[in-house]
Design a protein around this ligand. Sequence first.
Ligand code: ADP
Ligand code: MG
Length: 392
Amino acid sequence: MRRCGYRVYLNCQTDSSASVPAVHWSRADGRSPVLYRSNMASSLQFAVNTAQYFRPKPPSLKIREEICRGAYGSVHLGELDGRPVAVKRIHRLLLEAARGQGDFEQVMTDFKRECQLLEKIDHPHVVDFRGAFCDETTDEPLLVMERMRENLREFLERIRNDLSQQKQLEVCLAIARGLRFLHTHTPPIVHRDLTDKNVMLGKDGLVKIGDLGQSRLKANNAEYFSTAQPGAIPFMPPEAMQEQAHYNEKLDIFSLGVLMLEVGTQQPPRVRLVGIGTVKEIVRRREDLSKLEEDHPLKPLILSCLEDDPKQRPDIVTVHTQLQAIVEGVDVSVLAFATPLLHVLISVSVHVYLLIMRFYIMLWAILFEWNLVKIRSDSCLSNICLYGVQSS
Ligand SMILES: Nc1ncnc2c1ncn2[C@@H]1O[C@H](COP(=O)(O)OP(=O)(O)O)[C@@H](O)[C@H]1O
Ligand SMILES: [Mg+2]
């Protein structure tokens, strides 16, 4: 089988050191074959599927200068079919090291998961997927996305504390819309790394969530994730930073609270590691919180998102609804009280309307009936009269 420069074949003849089936990945040109093993038939299948997933890089894909270099990979400016794109690739050195240490499958699986998630999602506030390819000359997988202008941190630095309150609210609302889409997806998608660098703005100013590299689908019957959370520490809630990490989608709500605080103060979070799990988060973050105006409309929502207990944090539907109301200038406390009242008013009005209609129809029927009787009796009388005249 040959895909994207890899020749993948299953080798079920065990060699002297291996009692389990092995998968060989070798370059199509026969150079430096790499061997890794798995003791699960399903992971052999997965390795083959992973290679099949990445299509050969088309000639119309041009990769240009690097925008950003992270621990795992780099993002480059690019063009696909003449349109501007961003291309994410794993560091070549990391791939080589992973091959040597037998982690190649894991690295490829993670990258493929990110591509597949992005491919599945179509939402105005999540970065657009444009393709998943493999560079035949370097054997590297490539994720191609729409090109964004800058990340949220760069944006806040560029405009230098000059973001109006209305614009701050709109940025937060856009992030909440994107996150609402992820959390209400079936199955729910937990981002797990919602930071100022993973939220981006396009040339048109549209705010989008990106970097789904840490995102996971939450199985319907799973209450919690218990894997270590490798996200950025200032954006992480206390439950994700314990040795026995135990968290669910409320982790993203906490990160959203930190992001809203960053947008509201236009300052990156400065919180340190001291006191995690022992000191309340709003105390640990008092320096950041003190920069937020006392009467800032986002303050109550930020405080509720930063609750230590995940159960006390609102869900994304509540956060989104409240943000929407704040943006539209509705008093949120009034809204919470007014919504049930409005429901009662509407249902009472409908009932009253139906009663009036019923009464009106009955009245109309009675009048109609009475008129008929009257017409009948009138014609009877005239007949009698007529008869009387005739008989006289
Ligand atoms: N689609 C994109 N368009 C423009 N820049 C991007 C795009 N995706 C990522 N970047 C830039 O590259 C940085 C790292 O990308 P990201 O996907 O977060 O990779 P990593 O997994 O290394 O964190 C982002 O913070 C952003 O500045
Ligand atoms: Mg990132």
